[in-house]
Design a protein around this ligand. Structure first.
Ligand code: F0G
Length: 352
């Protein structure tokens, strides 16, 4: 097979690009759709469960799909720099694609609430990283104001090109399954991705690529669940820092997606998220970050409530790689044992 060329080339006819668009790509997309039989036995017996492993993208999250398009269009517009607010992954992707494009990148992140891997990525790719003593919602407000001055291109998901790129994940799921799933479950933070997937499924149906549409189901973290509660959360808190958002930018678009698809948005606790996080790693060999596990925690909750039809195909998007947040992995796992460098001590420690 000729090398996969990234989402712009592979899905060009569905994307707002022309011959004049300089394509900035790291060959993102083409991520595994892994059947999760062992996990399903525990969280949703009788359901055909799949994991869309978006951590396999070049910077380790689904943001790459949107960033290839946002940065390519920014370059086409000849902007001076790109800018974003981020809980981490957007900044990592902006930094990488900005580096590839030769564009300066400015990112605002909440101080102390961004996972180590993500901060390291933004820094090594040469972005100017500003940590604010505040949360993501405050960072986004500041960035929106600054970007009105036009020379800076905002690359958060309120940039429509971001969602255009991210919709390719839904198309890929259909290409991999040969149809759409019955239910598609995602973690929800700023609510851009659930909106993008719904757009992708709808456009694939309109193009005759799939017959049926899935129900879109989103899960927020209980301490950061403004959409579920129907009110802005001033001080959002969750172990899943990626979705620690109290006032999602795509709130109304996400509501439309769940209404049109006959879906739902609900919430899961941090404890449920961490349980799912360990189960996905332990049962399926897939290491995702805590926010991603909200989808599987959500499936478990739906199953317990009897809301998953027997035999139905359910896809969970695992949005980011576990290595993004090594500290949480360490915190939920037993400490490795340290022994003397002798056969006897090692054998004793192995307790086999
Ligand atoms: N999962 C991960 C790993 C994320 O990084 C995000 C969002 C989401 C889920 C939620 O997606 O915002 O489209 O509903 N991260 C953004 C960021 C906010 O700045 O990296 P959403």
């Amino acid at each position: 097979m000729i090398q996969w060329r990234g989402v712009i080339e592979e899905y060009r006819k569905f994307l707002p690009v022309t011959e004049a668009t300089p394509v900035v790509s790291l060959n993102e997309g083409h991520t595994p759709l892994v059947q999760a039989k062992q996990l399903a036995q525990i969280v949703c017996p009788g359901v055909d469960l799949y994991l869309k492993v978006e951590g396999a993208n070049p910077t380790g999250s689904f943001k790459d799909r949107g960033m290839t398009l946002a940065v390519s269009k920014a370059l086409e517009k000849k902007v001076r720099a790109v800018m974003c607010a981020s809980t981490g992954n957007t900044s990592a992707a902006a930094a990488a694609y900005g580096a590839k494009a030769g564009l300066p990148v400015y990112v605002l992140v909440p101080a102390n609430y961004i996972a180590l891997g993500k901060l390291s990525q933004a820094m090594i790719h040469g972005a100017r990283v500003i940590q604010i003593k505040g949360n993501f919602d405050q960072a986004l407000n500041i960035v929106k104001e600054l970007c009105q001055e036009d020379e800076f291109e905002l690359v958060n998901s309120i940039n429509p090109f971001r969602l255009e790129g991210q919709k390719t994940a839904a198309m890929e799921v259909c290409d991999q399954l040969g149809r759409a799933p019955v239910i598609h479950v995602l973690p929800v933070g700023n609510a851009g991705n659930i909106t993008a997937y719904w757009k992708g499924y709808q456009e694939y149906q309109a193009a005759g690529q799939i017959r049926d549409l899935p129900q879109m189901v989103g899960f927020q973290a209980e301490g950061a669940a403004p959409i579920v509660r129907g009110a802005i959360v001033e001080d959002p808190q969750t172990v899943a820092t990626a979705i620690r958002i109290g006032n999602p930018a795509s709130w109304s678009l996400a509501l439309r997606a769940i209404r049109e698809s006959d879906g739902n948005i609900d919430m899961v606790t941090d404890e449920q998220i961490l349980q799912a996080y360990r189960m996905i790693a332990g049962e399926e060999g897939v290491f995702c970050e805590p926010a991603s596990a909200a989808s599987v925690a959500g499936v478990r909750k739906m199953n317990a409530a009897g809301r998953l039809p027997e035999g139905s195909t359910v896809v969970c998007t695992l949005t980011g790689h576990g290595l993004k947040d090594p500290e949480t992995a360490k915190n939920v796992s037993p400490e490795p044992q340290t022994v003397q460098a002798t056969r006897e001590e090692v054998v004793a420690a192995l307790s086999i």
